[in-house]
Ligand binder design. Sequence first.
Ligand SMILES: *[C@@H]1O[C@H](CO)[C@@H](O)[C@H](O)[C@H]1NC(C)=O
Ligand SMILES: *[C@@H]1O[C@H](CO)[C@@H](O)[C@H](O)[C@H]1NC(C)=O
Length: 342
Amino acid sequence: MNNAGRVSIQKLRALGGLAGVVLLTVLWLLWLLRWAPGAIPAPQPTLTILIWHWPFANRPPELPSNTCSSYGVTHCHLSTNRSLLASADAVVFHHRELQARGARLPLAERPHGQPWVWASMESPSHTRGLGRLQGIFNWVLSYRRDSDIFVPYGCLEPREGPAPPLPAKNGVAAWVVSNFQTRQRRVQLYQQLAPHLPVDVFGRANRRPLCSDCLLPTVARYLFYLAFENSQHPDYITEKFWRNALAAGAVPVVLGPPRATYEAFAPPDAFVHVDDFGSARELAAFLTGMNESQYRRYLAWRHRLRVRLLGDWRERFCAICARYPHLPRDQVYQDLQGWFQA
Ligand SMILES: *[C@@H]1O[C@H](CO)[C@@H](O)[C@H](O)[C@H]1NC(C)=O
Ligand SMILES: *[C@@H]1O[C@H](CO)[C@@H](O)[C@H](O)[C@H]1NC(C)=O
């Protein structure tokens, strides 16, 4: 074989090797594309969530098509158009309107197998008429952690950057209350505390209402905020804790579910729990006897975490879409009352 022949065979071998490498590379790229998230998007249908009554409102808010994507949930369409009953992927009924309007449900027009969602953020003490709603709903949306769609009133998330400075403090304890009834545990506790602790009471009950924009700057000037829930039930922790206290920068003194529940949501040293004390007098002595460095410990979380308030019904309803693929298909709350009032 002459030199030229030898060279061309080497070239052919090299070309063959190159072709093999190219083939393998192409196969590898195809494999990558197949498995890389989002590269070949799985077809995802848009879910339609029909809201039968918008909570606490005669007129629903505007619901533009990007409503849920602004909360990070895609392929989710919220609507209040009742003509969509036949085609909606889920229908939501907010309890307060069912309670007030005698629970008129479109049972006769309900498409077979359509999931219905019972929604409420109120405590069992302020919920009536559940006995009429047995065996109807498939999913529950509420603040209870064992809800199908769990929507707390707030949460803590990692903070990026420095915490905003604390407002100057010039009062000991603040409390905002509109419904003041002596049978409530929170009112009894206040009455026991008041002789031992200076508490400024705001709100309609004391004829010192605060406008919605005035509440946070007002309570922020106090060391403590009495985050007393109107009733004590599992997981029932409301904006009194998240907004009026934590977000304002006042240390919450909490009356509500047990300490362990609060600790599931917030660091154990971010609040003072009334159950930790044998009496109101002891609690008052602890609060008034605290020195500066002890007090600052209760606010140390602010350097790592910040409060995210989850008070918007649009965001809560968009959460149905986020949970939708994981929700049980064949579930029915045969005893909604027994479950919720437990
Ligand atoms: C409600 O939906 C129906 C059916 O899709 C549509 O014809 C109607 O225009 C909608 N109404 C409103 C007020 O958007
Ligand atoms: C604050 O109180 C704590 C607990 O009683 C104590 O250990 C600490 O030394 C006190 N700090 C100051 C600055 O007084």
